[in-house]
Design a protein around this ligand. Sequence first.
Ligand SMILES: C[S@@+](CC[C@H](N)C(=O)[O-])C[C@H]1O[C@@H](n2cnc3c(N)ncnc32)[C@H](O)[C@@H]1O
Length: 406
Amino acid sequence: MKLTVPPYFEEHVLEIVASAGGGRLPPEDKMLSMLEKLTHVLTLEREKLEGGTPYKEDSFLHAYLLYVFPQSFAKVVLTLWELKTYAVLPVQDKTLRVGDFGCGPGAASMGLLWFLAKEKNVLERVDITAVDYRFDLLEMMKPAMEKMMREERPQFRVRFDPVKADLEAMLEGAPLKERYHVLFMVNVLNELFINQPLEKRFDLLKRILGRNLTDDGIAVIIEPSLRTVSRDLMKLREPLATAGFYIIAPCPPEGYSCPYLTYRGTREWCHFKYPYVPPPVMTRLSRELRRDAAWLIKWSYLVIGKSKGKNPFYAWMSQEDSRLMRAISRAMDEKGKYKCYGCTGTSVERVELLKRHINEHTAGFKDIIRGDVFFAGDLVRKGNSLRFAENGRVNVIWSRNFFTGL
Ligand SMILES: C[S@@+](CC[C@H](N)C(=O)[O-])C[C@H]1O[C@@H](n2cnc3c(N)ncnc32)[C@H](O)[C@@H]1O
């Protein structure tokens, strides 16, 4: 099932865009050119993002709110939905403390609020510390969030506490004192310490997670799915694990250094995708942009915890005598077999299932999509592949295919 972003935000953003134009929306060709400029800067001219300069232009900002905000919102919701399966969200108490670092318009916080509002939990209040060096975007989007909460879960008390700070300066300067149960950094890490050694991002993360994450808390880092940006995130796995943090997703817990980083040279990047229903205005505009073929959100992410108990994979692995893998491709139908690439945390494997070995224990393999977490039992090495033997078993323990909406 596709994820549909709730309507509150698009309606509101269109009002913002119209009010900037004296009550009228810009003509479609102008909206199209602003979208094209946005996607160009976000992909090909990323150096222009330094200092946030493009966001000073109204049209860039409006395009961002229309196009990127709903995608970030959807990425957060789907990531949280995965974490729900692992029961790692600390929602046992009545109050949840959240840090939204580099909050911008607040897509991460709002995705979390929507998710929590739709879920059964005992929560009564959510206190969000929003950190950024600007809050105009958050203020712009708050009325839509308030409307959403009035309609979805009016009894929830939500408090935003804006903290104006330069995240880079937190590397050396005074840290925030509070500890959060959920700490977000969504689409922001790649904007920090641009053109500086990656160690700076690691040092900052280590400091922030060390000081600002509760012992049972989780940090959710989401980045755009771009080769260099995603690879930078993959490079953080090893130093974070070595520093004593636990990677909950997407990596299987075995091993520290990311095997995908060196698989086929430097060509690969760990990313995931999922279909979503974009806001209607985007569907209309995308037809003009000829981008309507596949509405997929694509992202890279790391979910990090501080305690080993937070990672459900250890318990699962102790019960199974098979290999735990994260699918990094879908299962592909080839002559006489299905093939899929899986990451075990220590190696990237080509896994094959001969069609003659499809039975009730292996049938799930055919439907594997990128991102699925599965156990594969009774594998034998065949050249460069791992192949299910006759008594092969596949146990898909988590899949975006299981998503049934919120
Ligand atoms: C691409 S936006 C992402 C916003 C939001 N997390 C989302 O996904 O919708 C990046 C945000 O990080 C903020 N940011 C970038 N560098 C920062 C820094 N050094 N200190 C504080 N905020 C920063 C920007 O102001 C912007 O709001």
